[in-house]
Design a protein around this ligand. Structure first.
Ligand code: PEP
Length: 257
């Protein structure tokens, strides 16, 4: 059976300026340095304006924290005012980029087609997409969470070759759990994450599905992370609010302690 290294990623959303980012990442690195946390991959997804500061810190101190962006343009260059391209992010040595976060889907009308184009843009420039999918409350109440989430997965991965899909990260984030304090039960998270892995096996192969990391996201905190991480198809967490509190994020990273 494939061993998947858990990925704990902090999505800062539109919080922390570039000076606050430096303080936060330094504190994080210091807190993680005294302990062997190599078995867990740690990443931060700061706002675009912080990426250069974070890069400088990580480069200079050889910190093991990875970083990435919260969004990417589907285009590589040109007249797209306000957008940030894959070449810009890879020049900043980003590892990851979130695609299709529910806040992008909700406030910026990002469709599955747009997410698919962004996933492909990420791969064109050596970035690993974290494709975010998950249902809203109405869909969950109608019991349609699996069909809905798998349709988003199909749309996001459309025509993506296996050589690329095998390194993608999928974040299952039920929208009703994001920033609400309502965390999915470990069983709810497993139900959908297991279905996502099953669909990856159908779309590609079981071998590929076994390699892909599937995160859960939605009000993850130090007090609930261990039970969620104990689920067989949950390979990490995408953490919003709790990632802004260094001590809390460190505890999440050290969920095994
Ligand atoms: C997120 O922003 O992806 C998220 C899961 O937020 P929170 O942890 O605050 O629910």
């Amino acid at each position: 059976m494939t061993t998947r290294t858990p990925l704990m990623a902090g999505n800062w959303k539109m919080n922390l300026n570039h000076l606050e980012a430096i303080a936060h990442v330094q504190k994080l690195a210091f807190a993680l340095a005294d302990k062997d946390y190599e078995a867990v991959e740690v990443a931060v997804l700061p706002p675009f304006t912080d990426l250069r500061s974070v890069q400088t810190l990580v480069d200079g101190d050889k910190l093991k924290i990875k970083y990435g962006a919260q969004d990417i343009s589907a285009h590589d260059t040109g007249a797209y005012t306000g957008e940030i391209s894959g070449p810009m992010l890879s020049k900043l040595k980003c590892t990851f980029v979130a695609v299709g976060h529910s806040e992008r889907r909700q406030y910026h009308d990002e469709t599955d087609e747009i997410c698919n184009a962004k996933v492909k843009a990420a791969y064109r420039h050596g970035l690993t997409p974290i494709l975010c999918i998950g249902e809203g409350l109405d869909i969950r109440e109608a019991g349609q969470q699996i069909e809905y989430t798998l349709a988003q997965l199909d749309g996001g991965l459309k025509d993506l070759p296996a050589e690329q899909a095998e390194s993608i990260v999928i974040a299952y984030e039920p929208v009703w759990a994001i920033g609400t304090g309502k965390v999915a039960t470990p069983e709810d998270a497993q139900e959908v994450c297991g279905a996502i892995r099953g669909r990856l096996a159908e779309l590609y192969s079981q071998e590929l599905a076994d390699k892909v990391r599937i995160q859960y996201g939605g009000s993850v905190k130090s007090g609930n992370v261990a039970a969620i991480m104990a689920q067989p198809d949950v390979d990490g967490a995408l953490v919003g609010g709790a990632a802004l509190d260094t001590d809390e994020f460190v505890k999440i990273v050290r969920f095994r302690d």
